[in-house]
Design a protein around this ligand. Structure first.
Ligand SMILES: Nc1ncnc2c1ncn2[C@@H]1O[C@H](COP(=O)(O)OP(=O)(O)OP(=O)(O)O)[C@@H](O)[C@H]1O
Ligand SMILES: [Mg+2]
Length: 248
């Protein structure tokens, strides 16, 4: 349902994506690892049309993102939800109204049903008791959970998670991991999870890949990826094996 074909993207002198190609099907959860600044967020932004490739193609559900008009882009963003690295809540709306926003914007859902779905989504993230607070008055981790609730409430075909556990305490990180697993368990959704969190990578990934020199390399199921001899992958794997950080 998502396909990148030989995508190149430069910012000035900096050649960030260098022939990026991959496909993602329903039911797959692709974890993307990579050093900071390699272009992981840039890749996700191409999928939802926030950035355009210099060359190559991005196809979502059969539609070339570059050729989509405003309505086409809206449709793509309905199908593919993007959980921003920074959360990106609207400051002047309460948590509850933030989560409701994508449903309200659709204009075709009765307010009763919106309320129900929003509360269910907030409840699943243990955020119901903070629903009436403003984003400025909750912690960073809570903002992250509110942003995740806003993504889940849209029931999209695919979800792009950019660092979903960054800034969360380890317990909440595990909860978010379980939630991603639960969202994926229907087998009907696709997901890309960009993360530096190796526990999360192995918890949710049906496949793991490394973002390296502008491409995805060494893509494989977790048990195969673990055996890779790629030096950067070995480095990432060591952060998982570090004593004292063992899983409970
Ligand atoms: N709109 C932009 N204009 C200019 N340069 C950009 C733009 N967006 C990203 N870049 C540059 O592209 C490179 C890749 O950025 P990106 O945000 O994708 O990194 P990342 O892999 O997500 O890193 P991190 O793990 O730190 O989030 C960076 O050097 C960044 O400065
Ligand atoms: Mg990033």
């Amino acid at each position: 349902m998502i396909e990148l074909i030989d995508v190149h993207k430069s910012f000035g002198e900096q050649h960030v994506l260098r022939g990026m190609s991959f496909t993602l099907e329903q039911g797959q959860t692709l974890v993307v690892l990579g050093r900071s600044g390699t272009g992981k967020s840039v890749t996700l932004k191409h999928v939802v049309g926030l950035l355009q490739p210099d060359s190559g193609q991005v196809i979502v559900n059969g539609v070339d993102v570059a050729s989509a008009d405003a309505e086409g882009l809206r449709e793509i963003r309905r199908q593919v939800a993007y959980l921003f690295q920074t959360g990106a809540l609207v400051n002047w709306l309460s948590v509850r109204d933030n989560v409701a926003l994508p449903l309200v914007e659709r204009r075709d859902m009765p307010s009763e049903e919106i309320r129900e779905r929003v509360d269910e989504s907030l409840g699943s993230l243990d955020m119901l008791q903070h629903a009436d607070k403003m984003p400025a008055n909750i912690s960073g981790g809570m903002r992250k959970r509110a942003a995740l609730a806003r993504v889940l409430v849209q029931e999209p075909d695919a979800i792009l998670y950019d660092e979903p556990t960054a800034g969360l305490d380890p317990i909440m990180g595990r909860t978010v991991g379980r939630l991603i697993q639960e969202v994926q368990s229907s087998g009907e959704r696709a997901a890309i999870v960009v993360t530096h969190d190796m526990d999360l990578a192995f918890q949710v990934g049906t496949e793991i890949a490394l973002h390296y020199e502008g491409q995805l390399v060494e893509r494989a199921p977790p048990e195969v990826f673990e055996q890779s001899s790629h030096p950067v992958i070995r480095e990432f794997l060591r952060t998982r094996e570090r004593p004292g950080k063992a899983s409970p």
